[in-house]
Ligand binder design. Structure first.
Ligand code: SF4
Length: 446
């Protein structure tokens, strides 16, 4: 079916006066996510005079294109933006700013990666990657909720830059929400940053859908513009998005391999934490769809890195809320770590489990928990608080971490038989450590 050609329209005209090339006009900021919608919006405004809103000066002097880099974007998206958008920005001398957060919390600050009217490259590597944070905490971005990952890696740095740049002054803030994103628009409109932010939604005002944007970019650039997303984005696993994402895992295994390992570790610490939901892991999808090269490389790399036995405890106050304690009790070469897990099983008399069903997984075609675990307690799913505790082996990349009150809470809810089991396990760990020390001593003495 032929697509209709979206018609040009103006936006943001209600309370704003027309400006030509004066330098004192209200700043017009485009948050450029490098996806199809914002790419189409920026490209059209810069190349089609009829599409330029009155609120952008004819010499584009008040226009600023701002990008927040998560550090985990696919390289091909950046290459397309460099190839098709940066030349237009340079030709019109438009200001482009790239920002990225410098650490896991706001107090670490934001890096300005570039601020120029002549950009030649983008800095997809960011400053502190979203995956850096996930890796040391043994987590992945999560489906549902308020997309904390996006708020932290994109929203917060963009807000920081506009706040620093404009202070109390008003500015227009354009975002590429499409015709079908009314809900996101309604939520965004409620966010005024003290009244100086005037939101604008050019793509929506043009009545363009995502498909309209993709068609437009195809006609103009002869390019099928891909979805902009992190390589480990859980939202890219939806039915519509997965074929594109799968193709990138297939063609860019080097970029993707560490994310596969990250999910392996994440699943080790929590069997319910498949990237696309319980029992729906990225690894499982790649296996199902026979994209094996990235899996082969991940398996190969995992043989070369140190491993740990992690002691994992979770304290649930409800089904969806838990605090967690993780600490590595052994770290060493992979086969040694596996042998130590077997030894702990022998010493405690607790059998290692494997291939158990995963709580919350779909009934049909669900994956099972493939990790070997030494369970001290499974959580009850019908009463709270509930607790779970196990030991598991995985690549050593997660930092020890627990809330300050965790041990007190844990102890307060541990009965005598459970305490005895934990005591037995700690004694087994001490014996295994002693054995390890003696074998190392004997090795160095021989
Ligand atoms: S692309 Fe996905 S993973 Fe990345 S910040 Fe956005 S929602 Fe999170």
């Amino acid at each position: 079916m032929a697509r209709r050609m979206p018609t040009a329209s103006r936006h943001g005209e209600s309370t704003l006066t027309h400006h030509s090339s004066r330098s004192d006009v209200m700043p017009y900021v485009w948050s450029y996510g490098m996806g199809a919608e914002s790419t189409a919006g920026i490209y059209r405004m810069l190349t089609d005079p009829a599409a330029r809103p009155d609120t952008i000066a004819s010499d584009y002097s008040n226009l600023v294109v701002v990008i927040a880099q998560t550090g985990d974007e696919w390289s091909t998206t950046g290459q397309l933006a460099e190839q098709h958008i940066l030349p237009v920005i340079r030709a019109r001398n438009v200001r482009l700013v790239e920002v990225a957060r410098k650490g896991p919390t706001q107090r670490h600050g934001v890096a300005v990666l570039q601020d120029t009217r002549q950009p030649y490259r983008l800095h997809l590597e960011g400053a502190y990657k979203l995956s850096d944070e996930n890796r040391v905490s043994g987590t992945m971005p999560q489906l549902g909720g308020v997309r904390k990952c996006s708020q932290k890696a994109k929203g917060a740095p963009l807000d920081w830059w506009r706040s620093r740049e404009f202070g109390d002054h008003q500015y227009i803030h354009a975002i590429g929400f499409n015709l079908n994103e009314e809900g996101r628009i309604a939520r965004d409109k409620a966010y005024s940053m003290g009244g100086q932010r005037i939101p604008s939604f050019p793509i929506h005002d043009w009545s363009w859908t995502r498909e309209d944007c993709i068609d437009y970019l195809w006609r103009e650039l002869r390019t099928v513009w891909p979805k902009s997303c992190c390589r480990h984005c859980p939202y890219a696993g939806c039915v519509a998005g997965w074929p594109d994402q799968l193709a990138r895992f297939k063609t860019l295994p080097d970029e993707a391999v560490q994310h596969v390992i990250d999910e392996y570790v994440c699943l080790s610490l929590n069997p319910r934490s498949g990237l696309f939901g319980p029992g729906k892991s990225l690894i499982g999808r790649l296996e199902r769809d026979k994209v094996t090269e990235v899996l082969r490389r991940a398996a190969q790399r995992m043989k070369t890195v140190p491993w740990s036995i992690y002691h994992v405890r979770r304290f649930y106050t409800s089904r969806a809320h838990a605090s967690r304690s993780v600490d590595a009790v052994f770290t060493g070469e992979r086969l040694l770590i596996y042998a130590l897990l077997d030894e702990l099983s022998d010493l405690t008399g607790i059998s290692l489990t494997r291939d158990e069903p995963i709580d919350g997984a779909p009934v049909r075609a669900a994956e099972r928990d493939r990790r070997r675990r030494l369970w001290l307690r499974h959580r009850a799913t019908d009463r709270y608080p509930a607790m779970e505790e196990f030991y598991v082996a995985a690549p050593a990349q997660v930092l020890d971490k627990a809330p300050s009150s965790f041990d007190d809470t844990w102890t307060a809810h541990t009965d005598a038989s459970q305490f005895s089991l934990e005591h037995r396990t700690r004694a087994a760990i001490a014996v295994a450590r002693q054995g390890l020390r003696e074998s190392r001593f004997n090795d160095s003495a021989s």
